[in-house]
Design a protein around this ligand. Sequence first.
Ligand code: SF4
Length: 513
Amino acid sequence: MKVFLLEHPRQIAPDRCNDIANTPLASSLITGCIAGLLNSMGHGIRIAEGFLDKLTYEDIYQQVTTFAPPVLGVHLIYNWENNRQLFSFLKQLKSEGLVRKIVGYGYYPTFAYQEIFKLCPEFDGLIIGEPEQTFAEWLETGVPVPGMAWVDAAGQVQMRCREVNRNLDALPDPIRSEAMMRMGEVNIEGSRGCYGSCTFCYINPYYGAGSCWRAKSPERVMQEIDRLIARHGPMKFYFTDPNFFGPGKQGQERALKLAAMLKQRKIRFGIEARVNDIHRDTIAALVDAGLEDLLIGLESGRDDSLQRLNKMTTVEQNEKALSILRVNGIEPNIGFIMFEPDSTLADIRTNFEFLKRNALLNNIFITANVLYHPQIILQGTKAYRDLQQEGRLTLKGSTYEGMTAFRVPEVACLAEIIGQITNYFFVSMDEVWQGKLQEPLNAVSLYAAVNQLLVNCFEENLSRLEGGESIDEAAAQVLIDEVKMKIKSVFDQFPKTPGSKCGLSFNQDKGCK
Ligand code: SF4
């Protein structure tokens, strides 16, 4: 059967440009994994990369018309505001008879399937959790199977869970689209799930009851890497595993085995990890094997907060991990939650001093991230449930993402100031990343100036609030605009690319252009 798999067009709302990704990195291979399994079963697959290829819905309409698939699978990514345009498009495809069945999959429908059925009754089913086997069984049987939600004949939403897949080695390689192969590094999956249970994370809830860290064997991972290298030549890989290391001694031994095998391939790669898994010998072996990039979830510089987040790590472990990584030449990317709903000014101060003490505020691209990140509260997480039970969760238009007021007003004030300023920085940078502005020769010193501006702004306003000074909305807006003007004056020194439409303005809501 012909199956069309859609990665739908996505937009990043301007006031979300400094928020973490709206779906985990592991999502990047979901469509490819489905395509790989269906292809191995003899189905004909077409993937449309609406986001990476910047396709319009008109483009996708043409592709669907040409391919004429009876079945459309949609990787549903939460779009912050809504997916109205996508849902209208699906309705059009169904009403014009261009597809017979539509099924959605991904993190968003796994948690918000009730909402999605209401918004888009065109879905014949929504897959809950890891999708490839569920999708395949549904195609074979034509009726809802375990691992799906659907609307029954009486109009009631039904859902059946599926057990997690414990034999990842048996899955075929994901099919990677041309757009994915153009990205500079190739995503690869070595494991699923995590042995942690952080309150803000929905990795394990996505996979469902019984989820834990499940690995592919090093041999299976190498076979896929070898096939990719044979087809495309040497390349850089990035492991999409939420936690590259398995638990304890066995996890370290597996990582050492992987390192030995990766070293023979002479490749470069990146991983994501927990601090308690950063050990000197293993990191040295991985770096020797080509490890270049590592994202580490520090989350906080305060033990109380780490406990509150159920991170099961300590500040001491955070600092030890940073030290081991740096000794081995890795300057990590950082996962950090500066503002939690229950943060106090003392928490924020401790976080700030932790970042300074550990030289994590020297690079604007890290500074702008770690100084702002608030905790995002997504459906499926313990934090979401707890806040809901406490009556503190506010839903705006979607059940998928909750909001809550900061418990401490001064923290809310600082978060608003820093949030608007860092957003303005990222929107300004977007002009550079899109090639509309060019980096001048002295870009490094200009970035350093913005970095200092941001650190000073944080320090000054935190100190004012700690000193009992109140900063009302109008005063906050004045100082936000002042800093934004200064950032603008830095970016004014970046030459415009001839022919591009560009121009930064600071006088906009939420600091965005
Ligand atoms: S360690 Fe990372 S992947 Fe694991 S539960 Fe915590 S945030 Fe999620």
